[in-house]
Design a protein around this ligand. Structure first.
Ligand code: HEC
Length: 202
């Protein structure tokens, strides 16, 4: 049932869903990225052009990370935990944050799982893998949920193919209501699960 409605919803939104996380403010995310992430991460395109950051190499290049399999940058030495997470079946993700949808095969970073990961990388992977000894190599936590959303929205802007409509747990008519409720925000179509916070935050 749910799969069907989600599919229908995804099809309906089509390319309009490309995108922005409703709860996140990409401009704010850009400022936060510059403050919190660039010491370890760069955003550089396939041509090697640095689009954000200062060429930080402690963490992987985050260009196109949203919509990508976790742990997929070729030359980066990831933790076993993030590799295992990337190999997980999204339907079996105990955190319920993995994006799922017709166009998605396997685990990818979406909005909800990225927001959760950013706030506690190791804690998130432990929960996802159901392994209390799992450990992410990313030793940094974004303290504030709204900031995690803002930064994620910023990251989405470097993933033009990502469809935010593929988030899990998003139901059926909810999005329509949310759209109506948040008309002032144009980039709102497709988040999920988090709308309640969003609205109050806005
Ligand atoms: C202290 C260095 C450090 C900081 C600061 C840091 N990261 Fe990371 N990040 C890492 C490392 C190392 C990894 C690889 C994690 C692993 O292998 O478990 C990583 C992984 C990631 C991943 C998963 C990438 C992939 O290819 O699967 C994302 C997304 C991410 N970081 C986003 C961020 C964002 C956004 C910020 C700023 C809020 C940030 N990181 C701050 C070091 C850092």
């Amino acid at each position: 049932m749910k799969t069907l409605t989600l599919t229908a919803f995804t099809a309906l939104l089509g390319s309009a869903a490309m995108a922005q996380d409703i709860t996140g403010d990409a401009a704010e995310g850009e400022a936060q990225f510059a403050r919190q992430c660039v010491s370890c991460h760069v955003i550089a395109n396939d041509a090697g052009e640095v689009l954000a950051g200062r060429n930080g190499k402690i963490g992987p290049n985050l260009h196109g990370v949203i919509g990508r399999t976790p742990g997929a940058v070729e030359d980066f030495r990831y933790s076993d935990a993030i590799i295992a997470y990337g190999e997980m079946d999204p339907a079996e993700d105990p955190t319920g944050t993995a994006p799922m949808g017709d166009d998605i095969e396997g685990m990818v970073w979406g909005v909800d799982n990225t927001v959760a990961y950013l706030q506690d990388p190791t804690g998130f992977l432990r929960e996802a893998l159901d392994d209390p000894r799992a450990r992410s190599k990313m030793a940094y936590k974004v303290r504030d949920e709204q900031t995690a959303h803002d930064i994620t929205a910023y990251l989405v802007s470097f993933s033009p193919d990502f469809e935010a409509g593929d988030e899990p747990g998003e139901g059926t008519g909810d999005e329509a209501e949310d759209d109506a409720a948040t008309e002032t925000e144009t980039e709102t179509e497709a988040d999920t699960g988090t709308e309640t916070e969003t609205e109050t935050a806005n």
